[in-house]
Design a protein around this ligand. Structure first.
Ligand SMILES: CC(C)(COP(=O)(O)OP(=O)(O)OC[C@H]1O[C@@H](n2cnc3c(N)ncnc32)[C@H](O)[C@@H]1O)[C@@H](O)C(=O)NCCC(=O)NCCS
Ligand SMILES: Nc1ncnc2c1ncn2[C@@H]1O[C@H](COP(=O)(O)OP(=O)(O)OP(=O)(O)O)[C@@H](O)[C@H]1O
Length: 193
């Protein structure tokens, strides 16, 4: 089974590309969604996050996401500690998920931080969805209605896509000028060949 890692910074359009891959019959593991579920269900993550931040990091609805986001984006040391708590669990969970999908020829993981988290080491092919920074900011601000300052802090917590371009096996450009579907089809064509 071929494992594809789909990456790209906030607002690059990797969720759109992930949806297109699922239309072509490839199951996709959405790391943001699954990690959120794991932070609420894994006793190991809960214990370690509570130890690091105190009991208020969880409330009646589960993880206090706003508190965690405020603490880690802009503080590289804390970000790294939190990543070391959450990412090994996500890694394990993804590999279990892959086992369940073993009748498929391909599966994929979508993560903005494929390289930062080391998930790149457990995939066979890496695919970057690339869009220029200012376009990404416009899209993300429109979608999330968050402040530009908070968004830029998240962007600064990630390695730039310009740098990742030289590390990946394949790049799809989502700049609003080049059509996505032909690029996805070309990628799949090369992959299956
Ligand atoms: C801090 C949290 C609670 C904020 O939740 P929120 O709903 O606001 O954001 P969401 O999880 O949907 O993430 C949105 C985007 O933020 C960026 N982001 C999230 N986590 C990280 C991180 N550890 N490092 C860099 N960027 C990140 C990504 O671009 C992601 O697509 C959440 O992002 C989190 O738990 N992050 C740590 C776990 C993690 O690394 N998740 C990413 C996939 S494994
Ligand atoms: N080519 C495009 N033209 C116009 N809008 C687009 C295009 N691609 C994506 N978008 C829009 O931009 C926003 C960001 O796209 P998407 O959610 O796929 O990004 P993402 O890389 O998954 O971001 P995140 O890491 O924050 O989850 C969405 O609202 C999406 O509909």
């Amino acid at each position: 089974m071929i494992k594809i890692g789909i990456t790209g910074g906030i607002g690059s359009g990797k969720s759109v590309v992930a949806q297109l891959l699922s239309v072509y019959g490839i199951p996709v593991y959405i790391a943001d969604d699954e990690s959120k579920k794991l932070t609420n269900t894994s006793p190991l993550i809960r214990e370690q996050l509570t130890h690091l931040f105190g009991p208020d990091i969880y409330n009646a609805n589960g993880l206090n996401k706003a508190m965690l986001a405020k603490a880690i984006f802009g503080n590289k040391d804390l970000l790294q500690q939190v990543n070391h708590i959450i990412h090994p669990e996500v890694n394990r969970h993804f590999l279990d998920w892959c086992e369940q999908k073993n009748t498929y020829q391909c599966c994929a993981i979508e993560s903005a931080i494929l390289f930062e988290s080391g998930f790149n080491k457990i995939v066979d092919v890496s695919l970057l969805v690339y869009a220029p920074l200012e376009i990404r900011i416009q899209r993300a601000l429109q979608r999330d209605h968050s402040s530009e300052e908070a968004l830029r802090k998240r962007i600064e917590s990630q390695i730039s896509d310009e740098e990742k371009r030289s590390w990946v096996d394949y790049t799809i450009t989502n700049d609003g000028k080049q059509a996505l579907i032909p690029q996805v089809e070309k990628f799949l064509d090369q992959l299956y060949r």
